[in-house]
Design a protein around this ligand. Structure first.
Ligand code: G3H
Ligand code: 13P
Ligand code: ZN
Length: 325
């Protein structure tokens, strides 16, 4: 069942976070739906309610243009039929004003992100407000962003880019956005932290305190970049540099401080890359596209279950369903 992110956040707030996972293809989609229902091997496996979780399925602009956005939509509609117990939001990740309007008008997305965080404050407010007005008229909810994600490796000085709590309060009031992505020390991609990681929970606390009670926050760049998967990729011929991501134990700490949505894309790509590399390395005579896909889907489902346990969303599906009735 497709719901808005707001309906999911209402249940999660200050308790746990909803995983927001990016998809680009069929194998990721199947692994994602299975994982969120606690199924591993087959679509027909019974739902494991102990681990089943509500989730957010994210589509980036890159994913939309990889083949044709209509393929993604068709795949998701089909997954919704094949996995009728699932509860999820369909969310546009890092939209421009133009892609937000396209997603809103499609009638398919339940949530869009307008990312005008690179603009000066007033311009960000102006653009976000226009998107909010158009989205709300159609029952679609809006995530906006204030502050800029950086990374130690890019030598971005944290304090310049981190979200300012007072500005965040003003921004939410002026735009009417439904959730806000904040910069608290993370960055996108596999290379986030040089040495010690730097999630700024102290800044998060101040942002939470400045905003209306219960206002949902979002953390981007939240992959943990597990060493195990990086090592497996490199052992199978990859060349990823030494890297680290967000400590998974901090997901719950962020959730307690108002983060309701945690964005994970890179980790899923690492699982994909490791499995595909290992499969063909082990079976060099094989060239069937289904061979790595068959290995990837259960591995990704298992990984999603693990992530949901770290986010605290595992086992919450039945509770969310009760609330939606
Ligand atoms: O935040 C960006 C997401 O990881 C999406 O990446 O634009 O390469 O699909 P993408
Ligand atoms: P990662 O690159 O850390 O997975 O972040 C993904 C993200 O923020 C998508 O919007
Ligand atoms: Zn992001």
């Amino acid at each position: 069942m497709i719901v808005t992110t707001t309906e999911l956040f209402r249940h999660a707030y200050a308790n746990y976070a909803i995983g927001a996972y990016n998809i680009n293809n069929l194998e990721q989609t199947v692994g994602l739906f299975r994982g969120n229902l606690g199924k591993i091997k087959k679509n027909e496996d019974p739902v494991d309610w102990q681990t089943a979780a509500p989730f957010i399925l994210q589509i980036s602009r890159g994913a939309r243009s990889y083949t044709d956005k209509r393929f993604l939509e068709a795949m998701i509609r089909t997954a919704d039929e094949i996995f009728p117990e699932s509860v999820f939001a369909v969310h546009l990740d890092h939209g421009t004003e133009e892609t937000c309007y396209d997603a809103i008008d499609s009638g398919f997305y339940s949530s869009v992100m307008i990312d005008a965080s690179h603009e000066p404050f007033e311009k960000n407010v102006e653009i976000t407000k226009r998107v909010v007005d158009r989205a709300h008229a159609k029952g679609v909810v809006v995530e906006a962003e204030l502050g800029q994600l950086g990374g130690v490796e890019e030598d971005v000085t944290g304090s310049v880019c981190l979200t300012d709590p007072a500005q965040a309060a003003k921004f939410v009031e002026l735009t009417g956005c439904d959730s806000l992505a904040v910069a608290i020390g993370t960055s996108h991609g596999a290379y986030k932290f040089a040495g010690q990681q730097a999630l700024r929970l102290d800044v998060l606390v101040k942002i939470q305190a400045a905003l209306p009670k219960g206002f949902p926050l979002v953390m981007h760049g939240a992959s943990s970049v597990p060493k195990e998967w990086v090592d497996r990729i490199n052992a199978a011929g990859g060349k990823l540099g030494s890297t680290s991501g967000v400590n998974e134990k901090e997901y719950i700490e962020a959730a307690k401080r108002g983060v309701c949505k945690i964005n994970i894309d890179t980790d899923g790509r690492l699982v994909w890359c490791a499995i595909y590399r290992e499969t063909f390395l082990k079976q060099p005579e094989d060239f069937d596209p289904r061979t790595p896909g068959k290995a990837f889907m259960p591995a990704y489902a298992e990984y999603i279950i693990h992530k949901n346990k770290m986010l605290g969303s595992a086992g919450q599906l039945q509770n969310v369903k009760k609330l939606l009735k």
